[in-house]
Design a protein around this ligand. Structure first.
Ligand SMILES: [Zn+2]
Length: 347
């Protein structure tokens, strides 16, 4: 297969780029990339390929910065490595790294399943086609969470290989049966894939986790499970999404907003740390109360009343819950979800 055959109008393909061409900064690197780009780097051992994808969301820079640093170091990876940097145009739009996707475009990490009938779908399909052609031994997809929080992995398969990959970056893994058209669903097509949420953009630790994890992933002889090795990873199954019904407004303020069905504290991402006890007020609810919220599990069953209760216009958990991906963005909260949670309903 020649380089030109791996090119697509939706995904640029380059072999062994010269890092001197990238310019001095992450901005100049994005300018050089120009559009979604795959770069293949020859490793010390060319019998295997590992893949790294990042920037499926243009406002999540940690993975791109880690790849930029790695390439600039001119180190040779242990095995051949395919880097994919996806939403270059969205990330480059002013202000830099502020747009998850360009206005009017679909969320690229929801496009890895048919129909592929728009530019986002075609880009996702080009990424999939390249990966299925190149057949890497595994794939890591690096993201940032929209609020502050600790790092964790997400996978759709729970086995030793997915756990071993996660352990290169973090000690927590969420295994979900929910299918949204995300890149990690390639695990169903025999590409072992783990999404790494390396923490919020504002968290200094996110950059360190992305950099150090990438370094381990690219320099280790083995990254998949080896018999006899123990991987200290906590596994959480099927987190449930807390959402507002019909994309009801979400606000972040000390006092209840009269425009929003739910008002969370301005630092709602504090819920991402540790356990959320049942006596901690999560939010103020407007007059419609709990009925304006929904928390359906991956089977589509409504679980709201099982896990949440309302007392004097305030929302509480009925039992301690573990919260993931609590955002402080009203737009993400209303169009995606307020947060994900795992309940410990011990009855
Ligand atoms: Zn993301």
């Amino acid at each position: 297969m020649t380089v030109s055959m791996l090119q697509s109008s939706y995904l640029n393909y380059i072999e062994n780029p010269n890092p001197d061409d990238f310019g001095p900064s992450i901005e100049s690197f994005l300018d050089w990339l120009e559009k979604p780009t795959a770069m293949l780097l020859t490793g010390k051992d060319s019998s295997k390929i590992r893949a790294v994808c990042t920037l499926l969301h243009g406002n999540e820079p940690s993975g791109t910065k880690a790849i930029f640093n790695y390439l600039k170091s001119k180190e040779t990876p242990r095995v051949d490595t395919l880097f994919i940097i996806a939403s270059v145009e969205a990330a480059s739009a002013d202000p830099l790294f502020a747009n998850r996707m360009l206005p009017g475009k679909r969320d690229l990490n929801r496009c890895f399943r048919p129909p592929y009938n728009d530019a986002q779908g075609q880009t996702a399909k080009a990424i999939c086609d390249l990966l299925l052609h190149i057949k890497p031994e595994c794939l890591i997809d690096i993201h940032n969470t929209s609020g502050s929080g600790p790092a964790f992995g997400v996978a759709i398969v729970e086995d030793a290989n997915h756990v071993a990959l996660t352990s290169l970056f973090t000690n927590d893994l969420i295994v979900t049966d929910l299918r949204l058209g995300a890149l990690m669903e390639l695990s169903e097509k025999d590409v072992i894939t783990v999404t790494i949420e390396c923490g919020g953009v504002q968290d200094h630790s996110s950059q360190i986790i992305a950099l150090e994890g990438l370094q381990r992933y690219l320099s280790s002889e083995h990254v998949l499970a080896e018999t006899g090795n123990e991987y200290p990873v906590n596994i959480y199954h099927n987190p449930i999404r807390l959402e507002t019904k019909n994309h009801g407004e979400v606000a972040y303020h000390q006092h209840p907003s009269d425009k929003a069905v739910i008002t969370l504290p301005e630092q709602a991402d504090k819920f991402n740390y540790g356990m959320l006890p049942k006596d901690e007020c999560i939010a103020h609810l407007s007059e419609g109360g709990l009925g304006q919220l929904t928390a359906k599990d991956h089977l589509g069953n409504e679980r709201l009343d099982e896990f949440f209760t309302e007392h004097k216009g305030k929302l509480y958990a009925r039992h301690p819950i573990k919260v993931f991906m609590a955002t402080t963005s009203p737009l993400i909260a209303k169009t995606d979800c307020v947060f994900y949670f795992i309940g410990y309903n011990t009855g």
